[in-house]
Ligand binder design. Structure first.
Ligand code: ADP
Ligand code: ASP
Ligand code: MG
Length: 480
C-alpha cells in the first residue's frame, strides 16, 4: 500500500492548498514557503489550489443576482475580487513587470465574469453550464497569482488549467471524471512541465467535457481535484493543506476543545466527510485509496504540526473506539406511512425513484419504527419538492388509503459518531444514548452506516448543539 518506504527516493508529491491558505498575503507567504521547501525533498511537486477564500461565493452570488436582473452585486463582486488579488500581488510580487502582468490577467478574467453575468441577465436565467463558467474563474485567477508569486521568489512555476487535465461528463456543478481519459492526458501534459524543472500550479475544482466546456466538481471540490490528479500521476503522497491541525474530533469552529486525530482509516475519514466534516471533500478518498496513495491533512498556519495521516482500513489499532463526531445541519425527515403499505409491491423502490427524480440526495435512511413506514432525510430546501413528487407517485395508493400520510418534520440535524473500533466494542450504543439522555436530547431516528464505522442520530435543531457537545465529551472520555 505505502509506496514511500524506508530509503526509497521521494518521487511525486501532490499538495492542495485551500482558499484560506491563499486568501491573504500572510497566508500565501506561508504557502510559498511550504512549496519551496517541498521542492527540495521531492523529485516532482504538483500544486493544486482553490480560489482565494470567499471568491467562489462572490462569483456565484454575482451569477444568481444577474439572473434576477440585480446587476449591482456584480460590480461589488468585481471590486472585492480585484482588491483581494491586487493586495496580495502588491505585497508578494516585487518585480514590477510581473506584477503588472498578473494584475492584467486577473482583470481579463474579471471582465469575463462581467460579460457572463450580463449574458445571464439578458437571458434571465443562469443555467448550470453558465454557473460553472462563472464559478471556475476563481481558481483560474488564484493559480496565476500563486505562480507569479512563486516565480518572484525564484521558484520556477507554470500555470496549468485543469480543463486540460480532468475530463468529465457534462453533469455541470457536480461533474464526474473519466478516470481513464484523465490519467492519460494528465501524464502527457504534466511530464514536460516536470522535465523543464517547473512546478505545475493547477486549478482545483474544475474540469472540462471532451468538447472543452468547463465543468466543476462540486463545492469544496479542489480536494477531489488533488485526488484525481494524484491517481493519474500515481503519486506517492497527497498533502491537503488547510486552516486547522488536520482532521479533528469535531469541527473546531463548533467545539473549541476538539483535538487532532493523528491517524484515521480511509473508511473513517470517508464516513466523516460524507456526514458533514468539511475538512475533506467526500469524493477525494476513492481515487486515492484505489491508487494506494498516502494522504495527509495538515495546517498551512502551523506547518510543523504533523496533522492527520490516513492509514489502511486494517491497520487501525488506535486508542478509543469513537474518534469523531460530525453534523449535517438543515435537514428534514420525510416519512411515508400507511397501514396498507405492507401489501404494496416495490414501495421503497418507487419512493426513492420519486426522490431521485427531483435531483435530491438522501444522506440517511432510518430503520422504520414499524414496517408500515419509510423514513429518510433530505436537505430542508428540497423537502416540499420531494413531498410533491412522492404524492404524484403514490396518487393511487393515497386514494385507496394504502398510504395515509406523507410528511416532513421541522428542521433536524444528523449527528454522526465515527470510529472503526465501535463495532467491536460492546456497549457503545448504550453509552451514546445515555450521554444524550443525560442532557435530555431526544433522538428522533437512528441509522448505522453501511461501512459499520459510524452511527447516526437525528435530533431536532434545538437539541443539536447540546447533543454535539455531549457526544464530544464522550469521545474525550474514551481517549483518556
Ligand atoms: P479549505 O479551504 O482549506 O478547503 P475548508 O473550509 O473546506 O478548508 O475545510 C476546513 C474547515 O473544515 C475547518 O476550518 C473546520 O472548521 C471544518 N471542519 C469541520 N469538521 C472538521 C473536523 N472534524 N476536523 C477539522 N476541521 C473540520
Ligand atoms: N473554490 C471552490 C469552492 O469554494 C472549490 C474549493 O475551494 O475546493 O467551493
Ligand atoms: Mg475545502
Amino acid at each position: 500500500m505505502t509506496k514511500t518506504q524506508n530509503n526509497d527516493p521521494k518521487n511525486t508529491l501532490v499538495m492542495k492548498f485551500g482558499g484560506t491558505s491563499v486568501g491573504t498575503s500572510e497566508a500565501m507567504e506561508k504557502t510559498l514557503k511550504i512549496i519551496d521547501s517541498a521542492k527540495n525533498e521531492w523529485k516532482n511537486v504538483v500544486v493544486v489550489t482553490s480560489a482565494l477564500s470567499g471568491v467562489t461565493n462572490w462569483l456565484l452570488k454575482g451569477a444568481a443576482k444577474s439572473s434576477q436582473g440585480e446587476m449591482q452585486s456584480i460590480y461589488q463582486a468585481d471590486s472585492e475580487i480585484r482588491q483581494a488579488h491586487e493586495k496580495i500581488a502588491d505585497k508578494l510580487i516585487c518585480d514590477q513587470i510581473r506584477r503588472k502582468q498578473v494584475k492584467q490577467e486577473i482583470s481579463h478574467l474579471i471582465s469575463d465574469f462581467i460579460n457572463l453575468c450580463q449574458a445571464i441577465a439578458v437571458l434571465g436565467e443562469a443555467t448550470p453550464r453558465a454557473i460553472d463558467a462563472v464559478s471556475s474563474l476563481g481558481e483560474r485567477m488564484s493559480v496565476r497569482l500563486l505562480a507569479a508569486a512563486l516565480e518572484d521568489k525564484g521558484v520556477a512555476a507554470q500555470v496549468v488549467e485543469s480543463t486540460q487535465l480532468i475530463v468529465t461528463d457534462n453533469c455541470f456543478q457536480n461533474a464526474h471524471p473519466d478516470f481513464k481519459a484523465t490519467g492519460k492526458i494528465t501524464k502527457q501534459v504534466l511530464q514536460p512541465v516536470f522535465n523543464s524543472g517547473k512546478i505545475p500550479i493547477i486549478t482545483g475544482f474544475i474540469g472540462s467535457t471532451p468538447d472543452g466546456i468547463v465543468t466543476t466538481l462540486g463545492r469544496g471540490g479542489s480536494d477531489y481535484s488533488a485526488g484525481i490528479i494524484a491517481a493519474a500521476l500515481q503519486a506517492d503522497e497527497v498533502w491537503i493543506w488547510t486552516d486547522v491541525d488536520g482532521v479533528m474530533s469535531a469541527d473546531p469552529r463548533r467545539v473549541p476543545h476538539a483535538q487532532t486525530i493523528p491517524e484515521l482509516t480511509y473508511k473513517e475519514v470517508a464516513e466523516l466527510a460524507y456526514f458533514g466534516a468539511k475538512v475533506l471533500h467526500p469524493k477525494t478518498i476513492r481515487p486515492i485509496v484505489e491508487a494506494g496513495i498516502n494522504l495527509r491533512i495538515c495546517n498551512t498556519f502551523n506547518p510543523d504540526h504533523p496533522g492527520t495521516r490516513l492509514i489502511p482500513d486494517n491497520h487501525n489499532n488506535s486508542k478509543g473506539a469513537i474518534k469523531a463526531v460530525t453534523t449535517i445541519e438543515g435537514q428534514k425527515l420525510i416519512t411515508v406511512e400507511g397501514r396498507g403499505m405492507l401489501g404494496v409491491p416495490g414501495v421503497a423502490a418507487r419512493a426513492f425513484a420519486a426522490v431521485a427524480s427531483t435531483g435530491t440526495s438522501v444522506p440517511l435512511i432510518t430503520q422504520a419504527s414499524s414496517e408500515q413506514s419509510i423514513c429518510f432525510a433530505v436537505p430542508m430546501e428540497a423537502a416540499d419538492g420531494v413531498i410533491s413528487a412522492l404524492e404524484d407517485t403514490f396518487e393511487n395508493e393515497i386514494i385507496k388509503r394504502d398510504i395515509d400520510r406523507i410528511w416532513a418534520t421541522d428542521e433536524v440535524v444528523i449527528i454522526t459518531m465515527v470510529g472503526a473500533g465501535m463495532i467491536r466494542t460492546p456497549g457503545i450504543a448504550g453509552r451514546i444514548f445515555s450521554a444524550l439522555g443525560n442532557k435530555k436530547v431526544n433522538v428522533i431516528a437512528i441509522a448505522q452506516g453501511s461501512s459499520e464505522v459510524s452511527i447516526s442520530m437525528v435530533v431536532s435543531q434545538a437539541d443539536a448543539n447540546e447533543g454535539l457537545m455531549a457526544l464530544h465529551e464522550l469521545i474525550l472520555g474514551e481517549h483518556q
